[in-house]
Design a protein around this ligand. Structure first.
Ligand code: 9D3
Length: 262
């Protein structure tokens, strides 16, 4: 992975939604640092009729509306021109369609986007988009999960957030120093901060002693044990392809023994 800025074009009827990325948090800082450039292209601005129509009734009948092919095609062509100009690259940007029919996005999928310098992401609305647009322009379809959303904008933002936080320099020192445990295929360990003891008025909730011990070897081992134990109990599917070593199996056994104690 190199450090050339990523240029990403988004085709969307709701460009204002993407301010959630450009105006807050890690993604905002990445934009301000120039690590990523995001530009929205609204199909509505490429319509030629008085009412700026972007949808129409489905051939064959049935409920709902379908996004028209012409405004989408013009928006993608404009996005391709923009990418050519800003990146100066000869490579053709991949056109990604966020779609319930797409490949399920997971961490390894996100990783694949890390190497791409530029791309076009299409977010759909209504019941879907004219299949001829997909046939002509779309290289890949991606879904973020098996639940029904109202459009492709939130999925596009989910993908972008996951991609952006992996760009070298996007995270602060503290954030990047602590490796995401997902990268190791494990769930995170529990976290605590002050006060040492917190009471809800009925019961006192204490921070685990080991975290106050100052013994960094023991602390790191405890965290690994918690990660392993929680992954084994809550998401055993994540351990399917992982070969646990001798030390990890021992930590896991100790975790389960301590769980059953109380
Ligand atoms: C309820 C409508 N469905 C027909 C029976 C089809 C349908 C059309 C459009 C379902 C969802 C959508 C809008 N969703 C997306 O564009 C989308 C999405 C999603 O809904 N879930 C997970 N990932 C994605 S990526 C794009």
């Amino acid at each position: 992975m190199d450090n050339i800025a990523k240029h990403i074009a988004v085709i969307t009827l709701f460009p204002e939604m993407f301010s959630a990325l450009t105006e807050s948090g890690i993604s905002r800082r990445a934009v301000e640092k120039g690590l990523i450039t995001l530009k929205c292209f609204n199909p509505r601005t490429y319509t030629t009729d008085k009412h700026q129509t972007v949808d129409d009734r489905p051939y064959g009948g049935g409920p709902g509306m379908v996004m028209r092919v012409e405004p989408l095609a013009l928006a993608v062509e404009d996005a391709q021109n923009w990418l050519q100009n800003v990146s100066g690259s000869q490579h053709k940007a991949k056109v990604i369609y966020m779609s319930p029919q797409g490949r399920l996005l997971d961490n390894s999928g996100v990783q694949e986007f890390g190497d791409r310098q530029h791309m076009i992401i299409v977010a759909g609305r209504y019941e879907g988009i004219d299949e001829r647009f997909i046939e002509r322009y779309i290289d890949e379809e991606w879904s973020i999960g098996d639940y029904v959303l109202s459009g492709g904008e939130l999925p596009a933002m989910v993908l972008l957030d996951a991609v952006i936080r992996r760009i070298p320099g996007a995270l602060g020192d503290a954030q990047s120093a602590e490796q995401d445990s997902f990268e190791e295929g494990l769930l995170d360990c529990p976290h605590y901060t002050r006060p040492e003891v917190w009471s809800d008025g009925v019961k006192e909730f204490k921070v685990p002693d080991v975290l106050l011990s100052g013994d960094h070897g023991k602390i790191s081992q405890w965290r690994q044990q918690q990660s392993l134990g929680r992954t084994f109990n809550r998401r055993p599917d994540l351990l399917q392809d992982t070969e646990l070593d001798h030390g990890q199996l021992e930590l896991l056994n100790k975790y389960q023994a301590e769980q059953t104690k109380d």
